[in-house]
Design a protein around this ligand. Sequence first.
Ligand code: SF4
Length: 177
Amino acid sequence: MYQIIKQILNTGIKTEAPPQPDEALRVEAQNLQEEILRHLGSALAIRHVDAGSCNGCELEIHALNNAYYNIEGLGIHFVASPRHADMLLVTGPVSRHMEIALKRTYDATPDPKLVVAVGDCGCDGGIFGESYASCGKISNVIPVDIAVPGCPPTPIALLQGILTAVTGGVKKEKDSK
Ligand code: SF4
C-alpha cells in the first residue's frame, strides 16, 4: 500500500491542463443566440434535404452538429419533418429524381419558411451543372433566400448563412406588412 501511495506521489498529474476560458468566444455565442431569439422569438428548427449532393456538404453539416459549435445551445436544431421546420437547408444540385420530392418538402414546410442553398452545387449547379440527370441549382426548383458557396462550405460558413437567412427572413416579413 505504501509503495502505491509513494508511486502516485512521485508520478504526479500527467493529464493535459484544461484551457483557460476565452471570453471572446462567450460573447460571440451570446450574440448569436440573442440574434436568433431577437429575430425568431424562439428556437430555429431546420430540416436538411439532400437533393443530390456528393455528401461532401453533408459531412460539413454533420460537423456543424458537433458539440464544438454548440448549435443546440444557440437554439438551433435539426428536425426530421418539414412540418416542424422553420428552414430548409438544401444541398444540391437537384437531381431529376429529387425534383418532385424537394417541391413537396417545400410545400409541406409551414409559412413563413426560409430556404438556404448549401455549397457550390446548391448555388449554381457546381461541377454537375444542368443535364438530363440534374436540374442544377436549388433555385431552379424552389425559391431560395440565401446561398452559401463553397465546395463544401465550412461549418462556420453554414452557420453564417443560417443566421443571415434568419435576419433577412424577418426583414422580409416586416417589409410585406
Ligand atoms: S458543393 Fe462540393 S461538396 Fe457540396 S455537393 Fe457539390 S461537389 Fe459535393
